[in-house]
Write a protein of this length. Sequence first.
Length: 144
Amino acid sequence: MAKTGIDSIIPTMESWYKPLPKLPAGIINFLVTVAPWFALIFGALGVLGTLTAFGVLSFVTPYFMMYGKGAGLWQLAVVGGFISSVLTLLAFPGLRDRKLQGWTMLFWAQIVSVVSTLLALNIGGIIVAAICFYILFQVKARYK
């Protein structure tokens, strides 16, 4: 049975990254070893940072509105960043145990991050996302 919709996102993206050069085994082993700890640290920092951003936005939004500037897209981007950070934190146990569920959670955190990056009109973030997806698909085979 052919996968459609949301089920086809991972296989489709995997086919885009498959022809790219492979990372050396030593680098992949290193990435798989440090990934859970990076997820824990950067997920926690992301949650704290986005909570701070919520506070700042709640303060400056009235000023944006007075001068005819909307803060709506930035608010959505901060919400996306918060969701991405929480998903990254939730990926920690699976990444530590080298389970595919942890890798999948990290993949969806990156998807949410890409959407919030687009909402913030941050084109440079798309380049970073492409590199992150490359690394994700390089290490995917190590998660069962």
